[in-house]
Design a protein around this ligand. Structure first.
Ligand code: GCO
Length: 449
């Protein structure tokens, strides 16, 4: 009986895949053609895999005391990185995007911790020995408590602290690392922390959200030019990471869906896209920044998951809700599988005329039912975008292993590798096999066009 149900389920999934993603579905790894030297990687961030136990005195370790679920010691990556890197090597991972934690490097204002720096030197050495190219993110939602207490990125006078920390890390690691992400998703950091209040510092003030976003864009620009002027700067590839997220109204006529969509699109996508294209940031409420140049990135990091479909609801306490159409497959996050949006984002970014790294893409799927479909359809969408001229240089699956999904805790399973947090045992998921095959194939022969 079980087998019959499973077979029927598999057949129906295949049918859905065939109709829904007719245009975007990779039957085999040979359907995915990438340029020479393309990098196949995976991504993580320190706080999400090491937790508050290893990243104390940070905005997140302070804030999560108010959350129902705490990060604890997460996957203990801080101490288990050697074994995890060995597992990555075995899978064929060519590059790891990870974050350096500012709260470890500079736990007290102006005092840099040599042991923490050494830890990251060791991580880079372990990666290089395993033939895995390191890609560093300098800010992935987390910073030291002392920086937060000065009002963090809400005060433009604080940008120089961030610049100093970035320069310190770059000075010590740029001999080993050539791929650098300055800030991860300034829009999400701002929206979640200053508009929705579900990330630190837990504020709900739209005007200040626009100011914070402007300051982060400014901080990125300053760090970019600072690092480019340092030793190894010219050879390094440095870029911002933007989550390309578009809001979509469920109906084409309901103002309750369209008005929030206008605001969310402006704050979460359009303002940053405009900055990337023109060097000028125009926010609401007169918030403005002009970098006076468009050369503020060597590449753009694209995090793409899905679109957000908003539907008006009769529940007055929650008048708009995350929705999906009946024929769409939901992930465990409040959005559906939507490879078309990935293609569209890549084509939009093509206009920047700089290389693109897909710095994050992956599915939360605790039952591991749709991971295979996600990977096949999103890689097919990327393949089409490449064929249509998008200069994509690498793809990083989010995430190498299950981890702490911020305000949503541990329930969201993004990992290629399943982590049992009781035993800390790691197991490669069945749904990851297609990606592992892509990795293995890329290792064996460069799958170039
Ligand atoms: C983000 C982050 C990651 C998330 C991932 C899954 O986009 O919020 O960069 O830290 O874990 O995107 O939601």
């Amino acid at each position: 009986m079980k087998i019959i149900t499973k077979t029927l389920l598999n057949i129906s999934l295949l049918l859905i895949a065939a109709t829904l993603n007719a245009q975007f579905y990779a039957e085999s790894i040979n359907d995915i053609k990438v340029p020479k030297n393309f990098i196949w990687g995976t991504a993580l961030s320190e706080y999400q895999v090491s937790g508050a136990a290893y990243c104390r005195n940070s905005n997140w370790s302070d804030f999560e005391t108010t959350l129902p679920e705490r990060s604890g010691d997460a996957c203990q990556f801080w101490q288990r990185y050697k074994d995890d890197i060995a597992l990555m090597k075995q899978m064929g991972v060519q590059s790891l995007r990870f974050s350096v934690e500012w709260c470890k490097i500079e736990p007290t204002e102006g005092k840099f911790d040599a042991d923490a720096l050494q830890h990251y030197v060791d991580v880079c050495d372990a990666l290089l020995q395993a033939n895995i190219t390191p890609m560093i993110t300098l800010h992935h939602f987390v910073h030291p408590s002392w920086f937060e207490q000065k009002d963090g990125f809400a005060d433009p006078a604080n940008i120089h602290y961030f610049e100093r920390y970035c320069a310190y890390v770059f000075e010590h690691l740029s001999d080993k690392v050539h791929l650098w992400c300055t800030i991860n998703e300034p829009t999400i950091f701002t929206f979640q922390g200053y508009a929705r209040g579900v990330f630190p510092p837990g504020r709900t003030n739209l005007i200040s959200a626009w100011h914070v976003l402007r300051n982060m864009i400014h901080a990125h620009t300053r760090v970019y030019h600072k690092l480019k002027g340092m030793k190894n700067g010219k050879d390094a590839q440095i870029g911002l990471v933007h989550q390309y997220l578009k809001f979509h109204s469920y109906t084409s006529w309901n103002p309750l869906e369209m008005i929030p969509g206008l605001l969310f699109n402006a704050l979460l996508n359009d303002s940053v896209m405009e900055f990337l294209k023109t060097g000028e940031f125009n926010g609401w409420f007169g918030v403005h920044y002009n970098a006076h140049t468009t050369k503020n990135n060597d590449f753009i990091g694209l995090n793409y998951y899905s679109r957000a479909t908003i539907k008006a609801s009769l529940d007055l306490s929650n008048p708009v809700d995350a929705a999906h159409y009946p024929d769409e497959i939901m992930t465990d996050m409040p959005y559906a599988i939507y490879p078309q949006g990935f293609y569209d984002a890549l084509i939009d970014l093509k206009a920047l005329r700089i290389p693109i790294y897909v710095t994050e893409n992956g599915i939360a799927d605790a039952k591991d039912e749709h991971r295979d479909l996600w990977i096949r359809s999103y890689l097919a969408a990327m393949d089409k975008a490449i064929a249509d001229g998008a200069d994509v240089r690498g793809y990083y699956y989010w995430s190498i292993m299950d981890n702490f999904e911020w305000d949503m805790g541990y329930e969201k399973k993004f990992g290629l590798i399943e982590v049992d947090r009781q035993t800390q045992e790691r197991k490669i998921r069945t749904g990851a096999q297609f990606y592992v095959a892509v990795l293995q194939n890329a290792l064996a022969n460069s799958n170039s066009i």
